[in-house]
Design a protein around this ligand. Structure first.
Ligand code: ANZ
Ligand code: ZN
Length: 818
C-alpha cells in the first residue's frame, strides 16, 4: 500500500519514538561528539498549543534535527514557564487551585508537542512552578540580596488597576499593561528591585559579541532601552538654598542659552523650594500630574503645563538669574529630576517658553531661522554665539571647553546617564515564587536560611486569591507569622511573589540537570553545554526576557558560576502567523486552530506549510498558504520512497545508477545542506520538491523504480525530509528497508564528482548551415558563447571579416549572419 495516511502514521510513529527515544542528549564523558545546545523559548501553559507555537517549534526542530543528522550531541530540552496570572485568574473563576489548571494544561501541551514531533529530550523536562525549581529561584534571590543586587525602596511605581499588581517598566507598553492592556497608573509603594542598572555598561558593551548573530532590531531595541547618553552634570545655585542643585544635560555647550530652570513636580526638590505664595498652585498642579504616565508626560504633542515656583537659579557661568518652574515634562527619576531649559535648541523647552512667554536666546548659529519666531528649535551643529569663551567654537569643541571651565570652578563635570531603571520584581499576586525574606522589627530584612528553602506557597485557592491590592499571601496568617531566623523574635514573611520573568531568567541553565540538588544548576554540566548555540523566540521579548536573562548570566558569571557572559550565542526571531493580513483574534474571527489543521492535513503537512511559507523571520499569512497542497506533495514524496523500497533493497551499488538522476540527487543534497545551514528552510523544501519530481520522472519514464539512482534519491529524500515531515520520512525510511529512526540516519554527503557541471553541445551555424559543434557548460553566458563561436577555426573559415549579425541562444545555438 503506497497510500499516504498521515493520521495512521502519527499513531504508529509516536509509539515507536517512545521506544526508540532518539533525541536524548548524552552525558557520557567518553562520547566524542561535539555538543550543541538548541533552545526554543519555553511556553506558558495557557491552553493548548496554537499556530504561533507551531511555527516557532517547527523552526527550532528543523535546526535541532539537522544537528542530530550531522552527528552532534544535541541538547534540545522542553519545559514550562508555569507561574503566572492566567492560572490564578482561572482558579478564582473556577474556585480551584492555580496548580490544577497549570499542570492540566502542561499535560495537554506535552501531548501536543509529542504529536507535533518535536525532537525534545523529554528526560530533562522542568516546570518553574515546581518546588524543586523555585527553591533555587529563591536561593538565587538570596545571593543577589547578599551582593546588594536585590534591595527594597519606596517610590512611585507602575500599577495595573486591572491585575492589581505592580509592573516593571519593561511590562508597560505605551502606558498600558503589557498583559491585559489596562491603562497603568502610578502608586507610591515600597517594593523589591534588582539592581540591573549596575550592569548597564556591560549589558551594552557585551552586545559586541552578539553583533551579526542576533537580529539587528533586537540589539537596537536593547541599546535604546538601556539608553546610554553622554553629557555633563552642572551645578546651579538656587537663591536662598545652601546646597546647589545639579542638572544633567547632553548639551552643556548651550549653557549660555539657558533662560529658565525646570524641576519635576513630583521631585522632593520642588516641594522643598516652592515659595509660600506659590504653594497652593503648585500642589494643585502636582496632584494633576500624578495621574499621568511617563509616556503622556514626555509626549511632544501634549500641551505644555507648569507652575512658577517663585524662586531663581543662578547660571554658573553667566551669573544670570533664571526663574524656576515645575513642569511635568521633566521626570523625577531621570538624571537629577531637574533641568536647565535651553528653548532655542530644545523643542520641549521651546514649546514651554512659548506657552509661558519666557525668553529664547540663540547660542548656536546654524543658519536656520530664529526659533523664537518659527517655533522650531535648532538642535543641530553650528558655531557658538552669545556664549563668552565658547564663541566661534563648533559643538564638540564647545562641549570640551565648557566642561573644562566648569571643572576649574568645580561647578560641573562630564558624566554618563542611562535610561535603564532597576527591575521592579515584587508582585502582589499569588501564583509566583515567594520572596524568601522575613521582616523583623529588630533585624530588618532577614533572608530565609538556605536550608529552609523553599518557602512554599500557602495553601490558598478560589476566592482567597481574588486581587485586593495587597498580596493574597498576606491573608494566610499562619504562614505569614514566623520567628526571625536571626533573633528568634516575632517576625513576618514578605508576602509578595516574584515577577515570573525572574523564573525564566535562569531556566536554560537548569535544563542541564533539572533534578540537580546541590545548587540551582550543575556548574560542570553548564560548562560542558553552555552557552546556548541557538535560541529561538518572539521579538516581544527583546527588552524583557532577553535583557533579564543576560543580566542574570552576568551576575552568575561574577559569582563564578558560569564561565560565559552572554547566554545566547545566536538568536532567531520567528515571524507571526497571521490570517487574511491581520493578527489572529477572537474579535476578528480569523483565528486558525492548530488542532483542526492537524486533524485535517496531518502534522507533517502543517509543519511543511509553516516552513515552506517563507523565511523564518517573515510573517506567515495563513490565507496565502495551502496545507492541502503540502499534504499532496507529501503523498507524492511518500509514493517515491515506497515504490523505490518495493523495487530494490538497501546497500545496492549506487554508482551503477542512472547518472543524470544521480547528478540531481547530489546537487540537491549540496544545496539543501547550504540552505538549511543558512536557515532558508523554504527554499530547502522547494529543492526537495524538485528532487521528488525528478525521481518520479525516473520511475515513470526513465530507468524505472529498480534503478539504484532511484533508491539513492529516495533515501536522500527520506533523510532530508525528516527535518520537516518526520512521520512521512520515518515510514518512507522503513519502506526503504531500514530499521531504526530516520532521525539518526546521518546526513547525506554530496559527491563532488557529481557536482561538476555536465556539458551540452552547442551548434554553431553560419548562414544557416552547421559549421561546428562546441561542448560548453549549460550555464555559459551569451557573451562567452559568442566569443567561443567566433573563435572557432571551422567557423572562421566561412567568415570574411566582421559578421553582420550574431544571434546567440545559450547554451545550445549560435547563428552567424556573415
Ligand atoms: C539642556 C539641553 C539643551 C538639553 C539642548 C537638550 C538639548 P537624553 O539624551 O535622553 O539623556 N533632561 C535631563 N533630565 C531630564 C529629566 N529628568 N526629564 C526630562 N528631561 C530631562 O536627554 C538628556 C536631555 O534631556 C538633557 O539635555 C536635558 O535637556 C533633558 F539644546 O539639557 B538637555
Ligand atoms: Zn530579628
Amino acid at each position: 500500500d503506497q497510500h499516504y495516511d498521515p493520521q495512521a502514521l502519527q499513531v504508529k510513529w509516536q509509539r515507536r519514538w517512545e521506544e526508540l527515544d532518539p533525541f536524548r542528549a548524552s552525558e557520557d564523558p567518553a562520547d566524542p561528539r561535539e555538543r550543541r545546545y538548541m533552545l526554543d523559548m519555553f511556553s506558558y501553559p495557557s491552553g493548548d498549543l496554537h499556530m504561533g507555537h507551531a511555527e516557532v517549534f517547527a523552526i527550532g526542530d528543523v535546526i535541532s534535527r539537522y544537528w542530530f543528522q550531522r552527528g552532534y550531541n544535541v541538547l534540545h530540552p522542553v519545559g514550562w514557564d508555569s507561574f503566572g496570572l492566567p492560572a490564578e485568574n482561572a482558579a478564582i473563576k473556577n474556585n480551584a487551585h492555580p496548580a490544577e489548571w497549570t499542570y492540566a494544561n502542561i499535560e495537554t501541551q506535552a501531548g501536543s508537542y509529542r504529536r507535533y514531533a518535536i525532537s525534545f529530550d523529554w528526560s530533562r523536562r522542568l516546570h518553574t512552578s515546581d518546588e524543586t525549581y523555585y527553591r533555587w529561584t529563591q536561593w538565587l534571590f538570596t545571593r543577589f540580596f547578599e551582593r546588594g543586587l536585590a534591595y527594597r525602596k519606596g517610590g512611585l511605581v507602575n500599577w495595573c488597576p486591572n491585575d492589581q499588581t505592580v509592573l516593571a517598566n519593561e511590562q508597560v507598553k505605551d502606558g498600558r499593561c503589557e498583559r491585559c492592556g489596562a491603562e497603568v497608573v502610578r502608586r507610591e509603594l515600597t517594593q523589591w528591585y534588582f539592581k540591573i542598572t549596575d550592569y548597564a555598561d556591560r549589558l551594552l558593551d557585551d552586545m559586541a559579541q552578539l553583533e551579526g548573530n542576533w537580529p539587528e532590531r533586537v540589539l537596537t531595541m536593547q541599546r535604546n532601552w538601556i539608553g546610554r547618553s553622554e553629557g555633563a552634570d552642572v551645578d546651579f545655585v538656587i537663591e536662598g538654598r545652601d546646597e546647589p542643585v545639579t542638572v544633567y544635560t547632553t548639551r552643556p555647550d548651550t549653557l549660555y542659552g539657558a533662560t529658565f530652570f525646570v524641576v519635576a513636580p513630583d521631585a522632593a526638590l520642588a516641594e522643598e523650594i516652592v515659595a509660600d505664595d506659590r504653594r497652593e498652585a503648585f500642589e494643585a498642579y502636582r496632584a494633576e500630574v500624578s495621574k499621568l504616565s511617563d509616556i503622556d508626560r514626555l509626549s511632544t504633542e501634549k500641551e505644555k503645563t507648569g507652575v512658577f515656583l517663585g524662586r531663581y537659579a543662578i547660571n554658573p557661568v553667566s551669573g544670570e538669574r533664571m526663574p524656576v518652574w515645575a513642569a511635568d515634562y521633566v521626570l523625577s527619576d531621570y538624571g537629577h529630576g531637574a533641568i536647565m531649559a535651553v528653548p532655542a535648541h530644545d523643542q520641549r523647552d521651546l514649546d514651554f517658553a512659548r506657552a509661558f512667554d519666557l525668553p529664547v536666546r540663540v547660542v548656536v548659529h546654524t543658519g536656520l531661522a530664529d526659533p523664537g519666531e518659527t517655533g522650531v528649535a535648532t538642535s543641530g551643529d553650528g558655531t557658538m554665539v552669545n556664549s563668552g569663551p565658547l564663541d566661534g567654537l563648533a559643538k564638540a569643541d564647545a562641549i570640551r571647553k565648557i566642561i573644562e571651565v566648569l571643572g576649574e570652578r568645580d561647578t560641573g563635570r562630564a558624566t554618563v546617564n542611562f535610561r535603564l531603571r532597576d527591575w521592579l520584581l515584587s508582585r502582589q499576586r499569588f501564583w509566583g515564587c515567594p520572596i524568601p525574606i522575613i521582616h523583623c522589627d529588630g533585624c530588618g530584612e532577614v533572608p530565609v536560611p538556605d536550608d529552609q528553602l523553599p518557602v512554599t506557597l500557602p495553601d490558598l485557592r478560589g476566592e482567597a486569591l481574588a486581587p485586593k491590592g495587597v498580596s493574597p499571601l498576606a491573608s494566610a496568617e499562619d504562614w505569614v507569622n514566623v520567628s526571625c531566623p536571626k533573633c528568634g523574635g516575632p517576625a513576618r514573611r514578605d508576602t509578595d511573589t516574584m515577577d515570573t520573568f525572574v523564573d525564566s531568567s535562569w531556566y536554560f541553565l537548569r535544563y542541564v540537570d533539572p533534578a540537580y540538588e546541590d545548587g540551582p544548576f550543575d556548574i560542570e554540566g553548564v560548562r560542558r553545554w553552555g552557552p546556548i548555540d541557538q535560541y529561538i523566540g518572539g521579538v516581544e521579548h527583546a527588552v524583557l526576557h532577553l535583557l533579564y536573562a543576560r543580566f542574570f548570566t552576568k551576575v552568575l558569571h561574577d559569582m563564578g558560576m558560569v564561565d560565559f557572559v552572554e547566554p545566547f550565542t545566536r538568536l532567531l526571531n520567528q515571524g507571526q502567523v497571521i490570517n487574511q493580513g491581520k493578527a489572529m483574534s477572537k474579535s476578528l474571527g480569523n483565528g486558525v486552530d492548530l488542532g483542526q489543521q492537524i486533524d485535517a492535513h496531518g502534522v507533517d503537512a502543517v509543519r511543511l506549510t509553516v516552513l515552506f511559507a517563507g523565511p523564518p523571520e517573515d510573517d506567515i499569512d495563513w490565507a496565502d498558504v495551502s496545507a492541502a497542497a503540502s499534504q499532496k506533495f507529501l503523498a507524492r514524496a511518500f509514493r517515491v520512497m515506497a515504490e523505490a523500497g518495493a523495487a530494490s533493497a538497501p546497500g545496492v551499488d549506487v554508482t551503477a545508477g542512472d547518472v543524470s538522476l544521480r547528478r540531481i540527487v547530489h546537487h540537491t543534497v549540496d544545496e539543501v545542506t547550504k540552505l538549511v545551514e543558512s536557515y532558508r528552510f523554504n527554499v530547502a523544501v522547494a529543492r526537495m520538491m524538485e528532487l521528488t519530481s525528478a525521481a518520479r520522472k525516473a520511475i515513470d519514464s526513465g530507468p524505472g523504480a529498480a534503478d539504484p539512482a532511484v533508491r539513492e534519491a529516495a533515501e536522500a529524500l527520506a533523510v532530508m525530509l525528516s527535518l520537516v515531515a518526520p512521520y512521512a520520512a520515518e515510514e518512507g525510511w522503513e519502506r526503504l528497508g531500514h530499521t531504526g529512526s530516520v532521525a539518526l540516519a546521518g546526513w547525506p554527503v554530496a559527491d563532488p564528482a557529481l557536482l561538476v557541471q555536465e556539458s551540452v553541445t552547442c551548434v554553431v551555424q553560419v548562414a544557416g548551415k552547421v559549421r561546428d559543434r562546441l561542448e560548453v557548460s549549460p550555464e555559459i553566458s551569451e557573451i562567452d558563447l559568442e566569443a567561443l563561436a567566433l573563435g572557432s577555426e571551422k567557423v572562421r573559415a566561412f567568415l570574411s571579416g566582421e559578421p553582420r549579425k550574431v544571434i546567440v541562444r545559450a547554451p545550445k545555438l549560435v547563428n552567424i549572419v556573415p
